[in-house]
Design a protein around this ligand. Structure first.
Ligand code: HEC
Ligand code: HEC
Ligand code: HEC
Ligand code: HEC
Ligand code: HEC
Ligand code: HEC
Length: 490
């Protein structure tokens, strides 16, 4: 019986495979404990920590154990084939003192390397450059826009990866999927938006922006220049009624009423980009439910299609905003990067930026040629070309087909429907068709403190003006049908 054969008579050749497996398993276990401790005691736990500790380390642990078993199996098979007695013990210890010492030293060195390695990979994987630069081409648009955003110092993982067990496994799965996509050069251009499984805003935005905090009114000036020969300045100064979400800190109302803890707003969208919203349901503080429907919408939404409104339904570009040519050129003129004295410069700059190009170098070259042909006699030509090229590089990514056209912005209502998706005056309450989601009353969201140019802008009207669109008073709220971010349609 093979079982009775003493260990010392096992065939020549040590079972190094099993030893290596044991070392690997031991180190993985050690790494797990080490990472677990960091995760537990670290000042601010990092989401990738969880992935390393609970996903990667166990994978290596099982790999090590598997290697041990495989080593034994292989050794036994060899012995059997050679007609030698099959070793009895599943896993024989190294025989003599020297072998044991060697084995322990190897484990110790390996464990030390693992500790350093896992600590390093923890740092690397949490870093912004890992997310933004490691897979350069696909992430270039998001990374560039991010660096120019108010959140440039907030790490990608703060908004994109969760802390809980479910979130990091999900992120891990996504990560593997994305890595395969990048290696096979098989990923969508542009990367689609919205992200279906983004962490809920409760766990991201609200970690820093306490939603109960009272915001009050926000004074914002939107500086524009018309597409005429003199690039006539035109500004709107608004007092935005941002309001608050908790009556303990001030009146709970205004725009942030939607995220008031006691209100729940749910909706469904008819398109992938959430630009058409035919059904909205409000549950207020008292539990009263009001269902609003767009005309002709009679279907019953499936629970899976319903989304609860949160910060991202308005602030969907907090970190990756691709400025439209109209806005980017207005900004450049207002800061002086583009000289307003150049005739038709607003219009011409917007037109060259709006063309479709296949690569960035091609675009930059064309921008240069077209603008130089228009302003060949001006000493300002070089500066202009550089300013427009700079706008292009920061906001347009032809290789990924990523620019403002691909990424709707939902915060206002000028270039995209935004608020108008629900506040278009057509969404009526099912039980009371006269009750609509409020629309058209401009002052429900903001008042016009001042508008125009120069001295006109200094005449503030605290009660609010009516909006004067170019020359005529204006009360149509559907701006996006003419304003697309490029040249406005008549
Ligand atoms: C302040 C929070 C925040 C930070 C920081 C952040 N993102 Fe985003 N990211 C978002 C939001 C919000 C969206 C859009 C989600 C939606 O509409 O569903 C988004 C979308 C994306 C998309 C999908 C394409 C798109 O533009 O909608 C990618 C890819 C992406 N982010 C990558 C990154 C990378 C890489 C970093 C770090 C360099 C990063 N993000 C940092 C909040 C953030
Ligand atoms: C890790 C902290 C952190 C997280 C998470 C975070 N923010 Fe911010 N946010 C900031 C900081 C810091 C600023 C810049 C404040 C400043 O400059 O006044 C900022 C600025 C803003 C602003 C003002 C931007 C402007 O144009 O002035 C908005 C709006 C905003 N965040 C929304 C969001 C939303 C929506 C999310 C979730 C997707 C989010 N933030 C997640 C820290 C954070
Ligand atoms: C109904 C749309 C909507 C929702 C939902 C919403 N916001 Fe806002 N928020 C706005 C608007 C509009 C402003 C005014 C600033 C602007 O227009 O850019 C604003 C302003 C802010 C500001 C102040 C920016 C500054 O420059 O001072 C912060 C911070 C902010 N929101 C964070 C949040 C957070 C966090 C949430 C989720 C809890 C949230 N918002 C939900 C529309 C919304
Ligand atoms: C998903 C649909 C939806 C979107 C998008 C939306 N709202 Fe609303 N909003 C509502 C509903 C529903 C109400 C409450 C109607 C009611 O029952 O009185 C409301 C109410 C309001 C109110 C009145 C709050 C109060 O004090 O009573 C303001 C102000 C407002 N919205 C501003 C905005 C702004 C600004 C935006 C865009 C940044 C926006 N909304 C986008 C659905 C939406
Ligand atoms: C449901 C809320 C809401 C209503 C109603 C509303 N607005 Fe606005 N409006 C906004 C928000 C929010 C912004 C700020 C957008 C941003 O921060 O980019 C804005 C911005 C603007 C701007 C500045 C845009 C720019 O880029 O120059 C103008 C002009 C404007 N609104 C005009 C109007 C007029 C005119 C009406 C009435 C016919 C109206 N709005 C009704 C929410 C509203
Ligand atoms: C019927 C089409 C149409 C509608 C609707 C419309 N606009 Fe305009 N708008 C124009 C045209 C055309 C110009 C002149 C473009 C220029 O000279 O740059 C213009 C100019 C402007 C300007 C100054 C220049 C610029 O490009 O920013 C602002 C600001 C503006 N409109 C805001 C609005 C707002 C806000 C709304 C909705 C409340 C709106 N418009 C609705 C056609 C329209």
């Amino acid at each position: 019986m093979p079982d009775e054969i003493p260990t010392s008579s096992r065939p020549r050749g040590r079972n190094w495979l099993s030893y290596a497996g044991a070392a690997l398993a031991a180190c993985a276990f050690f790494a797990f404990l080490f990472l677990f401790a960091i995760d537990l005691f670290a000042h601010n736990g990092n989401p990738y920590m969880g992935i390393l500790a609970y996903v990667i380390a166990p994978v290596f642990l099982f790999l090590g154990l598997g290697l041990m078993v495989f080593g034994v199996w292989r050794q036994r098979r060899r012995a059997r084939r050679a007609g030698l007695p099959v070793p009895s013990k599943i896993f024989a210890r190294p025989e003599n003192g020297r072998e044991q010492a060697l084995f322990i030293i190897i484990i110790a060195v390996f464990a030390l390397c693992t500790a350093i390695g896992s600590y390093q990979s923890y740092h690397v994987s949490e870093s912004v450059s890992f997310c933004g630069e490691a897979c350069h081409t696909p992430m270039k648009p998001e990374f560039t826009a991010y660096k120019n955003s108010p959140h440039a110092r907030v790490a990608c993982v703060e908004c994109h990866v969760g802390h809980g067990a479910e979130n990091f496994v999900r992120a891990k799965m996504n990560g593997v999927h994305q890595l395969v996509g990048v290696m096979m050069n098989n990923y969508p251009h542009p990367i689609p938006t919205p992200i279906r499984n983004l962490r809920p805003a409760r766990e991201t935005c609200e970690e820093c922006h306490w939603p109960n905090k009272f915001s009050g009114n926000l004074d914002r000036t939107f500086q524009h220049f018309l597409a005429d020969e003199t690039n006539t300045p035109f500004a709107v100064r608004l007092s935005l009624k941002v309001g608050g979400a908790d009556s303990a800190h001030g009146p709970a109302g205004g725009i942030h009423w939607h995220v008031n803890a006691s209100n729940k707003i749910e909706y469904i969208s008819a398109d992938d980009r959430r630009q058409t919203i035919p059904w909205v349901r409000v549950t207020d503080a008292k539990g009263v439910v009001t269902e609003y429907r767009a005309p002709k919408f009679n279907a019953t939404p499936t629970p899976a299609a319903i989304r609860t409104m949160d910060c991202i339904d308005c602030h969907n570009r907090p970190a990756h905003r691709y400025a439209s040519p109209n806005d980017a050129v207005d900004l450049a003129i207002s800061t002086g990067a583009i000289d307003r004295a150049l005739p038709w410069v607003k219009s011409n700059a917007v037109v060259v930026l709006t063309q479709t190009y296949d690569t960035e170098p091609h675009a930059l070259e064309n921008i240069s040629t077209m603008l130089r042909s228009k302003y060949s006699s001006s000493p300002q030509a070089d500066v202009l070309v550089q300013a427009v090229q700079n706008i292009y590089s920061k906001n347009f990514f032809p290789e990924m087909k990523a620019d403002w056209r691909a990424y709707p912005e939902n915060i206002g209502h000028k270039n995209w429907p935004g608020c108008f998706r629900c506040h278009d005056g057509s969404h009526a309450a099912v039980n009371d068709p006269k009750k609509k989601i409020p629309a058209s009353d401009c002052a429900s969201c903001h008042i016009f403190l001042a508008q125009g140019a120069g001295a006109e802008l200094e005449k503030l009207n605290p009660r609010g003006d009516t909006f004067t669109h170019i020359d005529a008073p204006y009360t149509d709220f559907d701006c996006a049908r003419c304003h697309t971010g490029a040249a406005a349609k008549e």
